[in-house]
Design a protein around this ligand. Structure first.
Ligand SMILES: [Fe+2]
Length: 525
C-alpha cells in the first residue's frame, strides 16, 4: 500500500507542536546554549594545526562577505579543543601577501558552535577581490581569496561562476575541484549533498569507519572528514560560495519531518534534524540570519551580482510535503496532482514569486536541488517520473513555471543538482504540450564524485531524447558546470572527468550551450 502523504504529514505536524511546546525538554538541547562559555582563551599554544579544515567565504554583498573557519586540531574526532571559547583574530586585505589590510577584528570561536567562526565583514568596496586569514593563539590559517559583488545599481559586463553538487567522499576523488580552481570564477555554487550521512560502505575507495550519523558530534565529525579533502579546501579558498543543502546533509530523501523509512519516532527524527542543521551551519560560510532554531533553519535567500544576475537559493527539502506514492516512480493521479503538494512550502513560494516579480535583474537564477523538467524514463505510453523531483509535485511545478512565464524578463535559468548526471532542459508550463514555447532553461549538473566513475552516454540515450524532446543533452560523467553570463548571452559548459577512482583525471568540456537574452531556448555552442 502506498503511504498517504497527507495523513503522515498531519501526524508529524502534531508531534512537532507537542515537541516544541515541551519546554522542559528544550533545556537539554544543544541549540539553546549559543552563548560563549567560560573565560575566552587568548593564548592557545597548539600542538596540532587548528586550521586543518581551511577557510571559506560566502554570501557576498556589494560591501561585505562572510568569512568562515572552524578550529579543529583533530577533525575526525572533534578532540583537542578546550571547553571554553577561543579568541580568533581575522584580517582582510587587498593583496595575497596580506600587506594591505583594510579591515581586522576579533571574534570568539565558541564550543556551542563547535569552535566555528562566521565573520560578517562590512564596509568593503564593491566589485573587488580581497584576501583574508585568521589567527588563533600561535596558529595562522591559510589565506583565502574572496570578492564583493558589483553595486546593486550597476549592470556588469560579465559574471563567471561554477556549480557543483553531490560529493560522496567514499565514492571517489574530488578531481573536479582540482580543475575548477584553475578557472577564473566570481562565485562557486554548491547545490547540496555536501556530505552523505550513511554508514561506511563496502569496497569503497576512500574509507571511513563510522556508522550512519545521528548525533551532533557524528555530523560534526563527518564534516571534518569531508573538509579534510585538499581539493575541496582549495576550492573554498578560491572564491566565495553560495551553498544550499539537499537531503544527505540530514537523511536520504527526507521530506520536511518525514523520514523515508516507516516507523521512525518523529521526536527522534526532529532531534536528528536539529543536529544535522546545526552542523551544516557550523561548517558553511553562512550569515547569522540562517542560524538554526532547533529543527528549523532559514536557508533560502537571494544574492545579486549587480543587475546582471539575481540568485535565488532555494530549499526544496525542509518544507516539502511527503513524496507521493511512497517515493516510487509511478505518477499516481491523486497524489502527484494533489493541490496541496509542495516542494517549497507556502512561505518560500510566496517569497520566491514576489522576488521574481520585483527583480530588475538581467538573469534570474534559481539555485536548487531537484530536477524541474518532467523526464519520462520509460519509452512509449508508460510514464515513470521520479517522485522525489518536481515531477512528484505537478501542481506546484505548474504554478512555478506559470509565474516564470509571466515575468517581464524571459531570462530565468534553473540550476539543479541531486541526480549525479548532466542534463540541459527547456522548461514548459505544460510538458504534455510539446509544441508550447519554453519559458525557462534548466542546467542539471553532475556529481563531483557520487556514483563513482560514471559514463558518457547511456545506451538508451536516443529513446530518452525522443521521449523527452525538451531534453537537449544528457551525460553521466563526474565533474562540474561552468557558466559565463553577459548581458546578451548565457553560456554553460559541462566540465567532465573520465574517472574518479584514481586521482589526477584530466578535464574536458563535454558540451556547451548558449541561451540568448530573452529567448529561453538551448543552442549548442
Ligand atoms: Fe547526491
Amino acid at each position: 500500500m502506498p503511504r498517504d502523504p497527507w495523513s503522515r504529514a498531519n501526524q508529524f505536524l502534531h508531534h512537532r507542536r507537542e515537541f516544541l511546546t515541551a519546554g522542559a525538554s528544550l533545556a537539554v538541547l544543544p541549540w539553546v546554549s549559543q552563548i560563549a562559555s567560560g573565560i575566552p582563551r587568548t593564548r592557545m599554544a597548539w600542538s596540532k594545526d587548528p586550521f586543518q579544515l581551511g577557510v571559506a567565504s560566502g554570501d557576498p554583498t556589494s560591501d561585505g562577505v562572510v568569512l568562515w573557519t572552524r578550529l579543529a586540531p583533530e577533525p575526525l574526532t572533534g578532540e583537542g579543543l578546550p571547553d571554553s571559547s577561543i579568541e580568533v583574530t581575522w584580517e582582510i586585505g587587498t593583496d595575497a601577501s596580506m600587506q594591505q589590510i583594510v579591515r581586522t577584528g576579533k571574534t570568539l570561536a565558541t564550543p556551542a558552535l563547535n569552535h566555528s567562526v562566521h565573520v560578517e565583514v562590512e564596509g568593503l568596496s564593491p566589485d573587488c577581490w580581497y584576501y583574508y586569514r585568521f589567527h588563533a593563539g600561535d596558529a595562522t590559517s591559510p589565506i583565502g581569496r574572496t570578492r564583493t559583488m558589483p553595486a546593486p545599481s550597476v549592470l556588469p559586463d560579465r559574471l563567471r561562476f561554477a556549480f557543483a553538487s553531490c560529493q560522496h567522499y567514499e565514492a571517489g576523488h574530488y578531481t573536479a575541484y582540482e580543475h575548477m580552481v584553475r578557472d577564473e570564477l566570481d562565485l562557486i555554487l554548491h547545490l547540496g549533498d555536501y556530505i552523505y550521512e550513511g554508514p561506511a560502505g563496502k569496497n569503497k575507495l576512500r574509507q571511513h569507519n563510522s556508522a550512519e550519523i545521528v548525533s551532533l558530534q557524528d555530523y560534526r565529525n563527518r564534516y571534518g572528514l569531508y573538509k579534510s579533502d585538499p581539493h575541496l579546501k582549495t576550492a573554498h579558498q578560491h572564491a566565495p560560495w553560495l551553498v544550499v543543502w539537499d537531503d544527505h546533509e540530514f537523511d536520504n530523501n527526507y521530506a520536511n519531518l518525514i523520514s523515508e523509512e516507516l516507523h521512525v519516532d518523529p521526536r527522534e527524527f526532529m532531534l536528528r534534524r536539529a543536529n544535522a542543521y546545526q552542523a551544516y551551519y557550523e561548517n558553511m560560510p553562512l550569515r547569522s540570519s540562517t542560524l538554526p532554531k532547533g529543527p528549523d533553519m532559514l536557508l533560502y535567500r537571494t544574492i545579486s551580482f549587480g543587475q546582471l544576475a539575481n540568485f535565488a537559493m532555494l530549499d526544496t527539502r525542509q518544507y516539502r510535503s511527503d513524496q507521493p506514492n511512497g517515493d516510487g516512480r509511478k505518477p499516481l493521479e491523486g497524489q502527484v496532482f494533489h493541490p496541496k503538494g509542495t516542494l517549497l512550502g507556502e512561505q518560500q513560494e510566496e517569497w520566491l514569486f514576489s522576488n521574481l516579480r520585483k527583480s530588475d535583474s538581467r538573469w534570474n537564477v534559481l539555485g536548487q536541488q531537484v530536477m524541474v523538467a518532467r523526464v519520462d524514463r520509460v519509452p512509449g505510453e508508460v510514464r515513470e517520473y521520479s517522485m522525489d523531483q518536481w515531477s512528484g509535485y505537478d501542481v506546484a511545478r505548474k504554478r512555478l513555471l506559470q509565474e516564470i512565464s509571466k515575468l517581464k524578463s524571459a531570462n530565468t535559468v534553473v540550476l539543479t543538482g541531486d541526480i549525479h548526471t548532466n542534463w540541459a532542459n527547456e522548461l514548459k508550463v505544460d510538458f504534455d504540450e510539446l509544441d508550447s514555447p519554453s519559458v525557462a532553461t534548466e542546467f542539471v549538473g553532475t556529481s563531483i564524485s557520487s556514483g563513482g566513475n560514471g559514463y558518457d552516454q547511456p545506451k538508451e540515450l536516443s529513446s530518452l531524447l525522443s521521449e523527452n524532446p525538451f531534453v537537449k543533452y544528457h551525460n553521466g560523467e563526474r565533474g562540474y558546470v561552468r557558466c559565463e553570463v553577459t548581458t546578451e548571452t548565457w553560456k554553460t559548459e559541462y566540465q567532465t572527468v573520465p574517472y574518479v577512482d584514481k586521482p589526477g583525471a584530466p578535464v574536458q568540456t563535454r558540451a556547451s550551450f548558449i541561451v540568448e537574452h530573452n529567448r529561453p531556448k538551448l543552442e549548442r555552442a
